[in-house]
Design a binder for this molecule. Structure first.
Ligand code: SF4
Ligand code: SF4
Length: 344
């Protein structure tokens, strides 16, 4: 992998040059929080943000999208609106890149989703390193560093950004800027190592995940699940903000008095009461405790069995979003019978 440096005062120039590769989107501030949005001017970008409300997942798997239209005599017409739009997502944190790599395994692996794949091909990712706050545990989830899934990745090392070039497209972006990027020297390599070390020490939350699937197996009947079921409101906020939750529903909107219509895909949540309701009226997860238990088991145990790692990346969004303060780290700590969680 090629490693270069970009002087900080040249970042604006770089941002203006890369717009030839697509529409520029980045985190912007909105009512004191951050959202990924199309930039109308580069000065709106906030690269030193904590976390966005919704993860970049919304670009690859939109909250609501029409899949196809149908009309008797015409058959099915796939909806391709926006699939070829070229976008540059600037300022994606490592955990969110990691989450996109997880979604790749689901939507571009064994069961290929053409809508997801088209967007993934046309959306470039420029990542940026960050420092953890009190809700981040991406290091525990091995998602504080990514080595693929981005086109460029920037590390703030003081006067420079050190840039990892991840793809040929990333290389093209560098080349398009002429001589803005420079080779790194030994002192800057030390700056990188120093930053990496400082970041490691900045984490306030630590979760041991090595034997977590086994712990979950042992604690299947734990009273914790009933307690959480009593507390949980089934609002689904935790799923909506999660960068790796990918449940969706499909619904047909049929035109009145006709057999024509469109099929839409929309985000769903395993916490919703209707999620496991089937046509006969049977609900396979009718209680709140069974639903919240399922969410934890799928993230920390089921996904490990299928893909070899948990599907949680430790971004902390569900902790921020939960109206009744259900905290994934505290739940894991309790399952491990660790008592030192009062300080969180
Ligand atoms: S479960 Fe929570 S902490 Fe883990 S990736 Fe999803 S939102 Fe982030
Ligand atoms: S955000 Fe909290 S209350 Fe809402 S469904 Fe998730 S765990 Fe339950």
């Amino acid at each position: 992998m090629k490693i270069l440096k970009l002087p900080k005062e040249k970042l604006d120039l770089f941002a203006s040059v890369v717009q030839q590769f697509g529409e520029l989107h980045a985190p912007v501030e909105q009512d004191g929080r951050y959202v990924f949005k199309r930039l109308t001017r580069w000065s709106d970008a906030r690269l030193e943000y904590d976390r966005t409300i919704l993860p970049p997942k919304k670009y690859f798997l939109p909250p609501r999208e029409a899949l196809f239209r149908y009309r008797p005599g015409e058959g099915f017409v796939p909806n391709t609106d926006g699939l070829d739009q070229r976008i540059i997502l600037f300022g994606v944190h490592a955990c969110d890149v990691y989450a996109i790599n997880i979604l790749d395994r689901v939507f571009a692996g064994k069961y290929k989703d053409p809508y997801y794949q088209a967007r993934r091909k046309n959306i470039a990712i420029i990542g940026i390193d960050c420092l953890p706050d009190k809700q981040c545990f991406c290091r525990s989830m091995r998602a504080d560093f990514v080595d693929h899934g981005f086109d460029l990745f920037f590390y703030d090392t003081g006067d420079y950004y050190q840039a990892l070039v991840g793809t040929a497209l990333g290389d093209d972006m560098v080349l398009a800027t002429g001589n803005l990027f420079e080779p790194v020297d030994a002192a800057e390599i030390d700056d990188y190592k120093r930053r990496s070390w400082n970041k490691r020490r900045a984490f306030q939350v630590d979760v041991e995940i090595r034997d977590l699937p086994e712990i979950f197996e042992m604690e299947y009947q734990s009273e914790i699940w009933d307690e959480l079921g009593e507390k949980c409101l089934s609002c689904g906020s935790c799923s909506m903000v999660c960068p790796t939750c990918y449940c969706y529903d499909v619904a047909d909107d049929v035109e009145l008095g006709s057999r024509a219509g469109k099929r839409t895909r929309l985000w769903d949540s395993c916490l919703f009461a209707s999620h496991a309701l089937v046509g006969s009226g049977e609900n396979f997860r009718g209680s709140r405790s069974s639903r919240i238990k399922y969410r934890f088991y799928h993230k920390q145990r089921g996904f490990v069995a299928e893909y070899g790692r948990p599907s949680c990346v430790g971004c902390g969004r569900c902790v921020s979003a939960c109206p009744v303060h259900i905290d994934v780290v505290q739940v894991i700590d309790r399952l491990r019978r660790v008592e030192d969680v009062a300080s969180r």
